[in-house]
Design a protein around this ligand. Sequence first.
Ligand code: BV8
Length: 228
Amino acid sequence: MKNKSVVILSGAGISAESGLGTFRDSDGLWEQYDLNEVATIDGWHRNPALVLDFYDQRREQVLRAQPNTAHLALKELERLYDVTIITQNIDDLHERAGSSKIIHLHGEILKGRSVKTDRELYPVKTSIKLGDLAPDGHQLRPHVVWFGEEVPKMVEAENVVRKADILIVVGTSLNVYPAAGLRYAVKNHATCYLVDPNEMNITDQHFYHYQGNACAMIPLLVEELLAK
Ligand code: BV8
């Protein structure tokens, strides 16, 4: 019988030490690209080739990256806890670290789908170009949730957070909704931890702040939780 349930809400920061850029840090992706051109449904309709090229570049980076000690430590947590990872990231580093239960709120860059439906997903290991069609005959697109698109797994994610005894928020600026609102779904008795190098100024909820990079702080926090 597993101990308590631990839910992790992860963002781009947990993959930063694997060499994948975050979005809003000083050297982040949104410094190099205009979010509205490459990560919104409107941007897709305006210039799909530009969007496909943006995700081709990011997919290459993901395939070159490796899970880091933070991803691997979260797998270790499964030794004593019922662990669910809810990630905003579209990389597969939690999967490659061996985590068993992962919910991708914003999709997965190594999967594609028809522009007409997200019911069928197809592995994408290289690129998607204009004219690449899904079996239904419509254009293939990255299986990624763009700004302005609904987040289909929110209800599933909320139900998981509601049952959490422990919530760990790691590597997210909590800027993007509805994902950032998940922290409010925890029960009053849940213990909440925050892992981030920045001051996060959360005043409406108590978090134990392990202030530092994920590769330093997550293994430390996991060690403490496994020693309980
Ligand atoms: C929706 C996939 C409705 C693409 C992503 C005005 C106000 C509030 C909300 C809105 C608004 N206008 C519009 C909205 C809604 C909008 C939104 O929230 N916009 C924000 C920008 C204001 N949200 C949406 O559009 C969502 N959909 O609302 O739908 C709807 C309903 C019905 C029908 C139709 C529509 C969809 C949002 C999903 C967008 N897609 N990703 C891609 O990845 O290319 S979001 C994108 O941001 C990524 O998924 C990313 O994960 C996510 C959040 O960013 P973070 O992960 O937090 O990364 P960030 O760089 O911000 O922060 C990094 C953190 O790591 C920092 O804290 C840093 O200190 C820390 N860090 C750095 N290094 C380390 C570290 N931590 C640890 N270790 C380190 N080494």
